[in-house]
Design a protein around this ligand. Structure first.
Ligand SMILES: Nc1ncnc2c1ncn2[C@@H]1O[C@H](COP(=O)(O)OP(=O)(O)OP(=O)(O)O)[C@@H](O)[C@H]1O
Length: 262
């Protein structure tokens, strides 16, 4: 067991350089340092193409830093870590499996007996409001419902760290607001740490304890903002709070300069 006072994620002076087939180098991250505490909800915003997804790939171990260190729960990243869960913009659900089999697949892969895995899946589907839809196939669901399946599929594995890359960007505004509330409830009950990448600054402020603003490529951490808005938060209301509006103004000023460069 690692010491609970060590951060969930630490990146120290990380540089990540890609070399393309024609030999051209792209530096995505440069001297990039940040940390995420246990149980913290951290959002990352930055201009298009600056290196936000690259950051997540480094945390998962899908990419190795060119220089610098990445640690998860105090240990260097070494291959795929079962304590990490993901939710991406596109759903990672199998179209040929019904909803319950999609959610049960993770626990079965981790060694649970099929009956136990289905019991767990049923419980998580209930928690995300999909009781009664267990036998439906993904094509029979709305975008919001498919996103709920993705959340159940991720939370059923009790991840200690959750990485989310624009998970709600394909949803309409109302569904998105509902999903943000649901995510906050699931996260609060789980006690895990979240890194949430988004283009939407207001989404970042509404959800997170900490917003990290990245510079244009090569990305470095330009500024870190602690978001001191009370919890539990209600997404449809929080945007009207004075404190929220003043965070949005301040961070947007910072981000705007980078978007222009980017
Ligand atoms: N495997 C790769 N090989 C070469 N270049 C890559 C690779 N992955 C990412 N890049 C480049 O690194 C830079 C950062 O990409 P990344 O996807 O991390 O940005 P992003 O901030 O997530 O972008 P967006 O906001 O558009 O989602 C981009 O210029 C991208 O083209």
């Amino acid at each position: 067991m690692s010491d609970p006072s060590t951060p969930a994620i630490e990146m120290e002076h990380v540089t990540c350089r890609f070399i393309s087939a024609d030999g051209k180098a792209t530096i995505a991250l440069q001297d990039f340092s940040m940390s995420v505490a246990r149980g913290e909800f951290c959002a990352i915003v930055g201009p298009t193409g600056c290196g936000k997804s690259t950051t997540l790939s480094l945390i998962t171990g899908l990419l190795k830093p060119t220089t610098g260190r990445v640690r998860v729960m105090g240990q260097p990243v070494d291959g795929i870590d079962p304590r990490i869960g993901f939710v991406f913009q596109t759903d990672a659900i199998f179209p040929w499996r019904n909803v319950i089999d999609n959610v049960a697949a993770g626990p079965m892969f981790r060694g649970q007996k099929p009956a136990k895995a289905k019991e767990l899946a049923r419980e998580w589907l209930r928690r995300v409001g999909l009781a009664g839809f267990e036998m439906h196939y993904p094509h029979q669901l709305s975008g919001g419902m498919r996103k709920r399946v993705s959340l159940a599929q991720t939370f059923v594995n009790s991840p200690e760290i959750l990485l989310m890359d624009e998970p709600f960007s394909a949803l309409d505004m109302q569904t998105r607001t509902v999903m943000q509330d649901e995510l906050l409830q699931l996260w609060a009950a789980s006690g895990g740490s979240v890194v949430f990448v988004t283009h939407d600054l207001e989404e970042a402020i509404a959800l997170a304890d900490k917003v990290i603003v990245l510079s244009a490529r090569p990305a470095t951490v330009k500024q870190i903002y602690d978001i001191e808005l009370a919890r539990p938060r209600v997404m449809s209301e929080i945007r009207y709070e004075d404190k929220f509006i003043s965070y949005a103004r301040e961070i947007w000023d910072d981000l705007r300069a980078e978007v222009k460069i980017g």
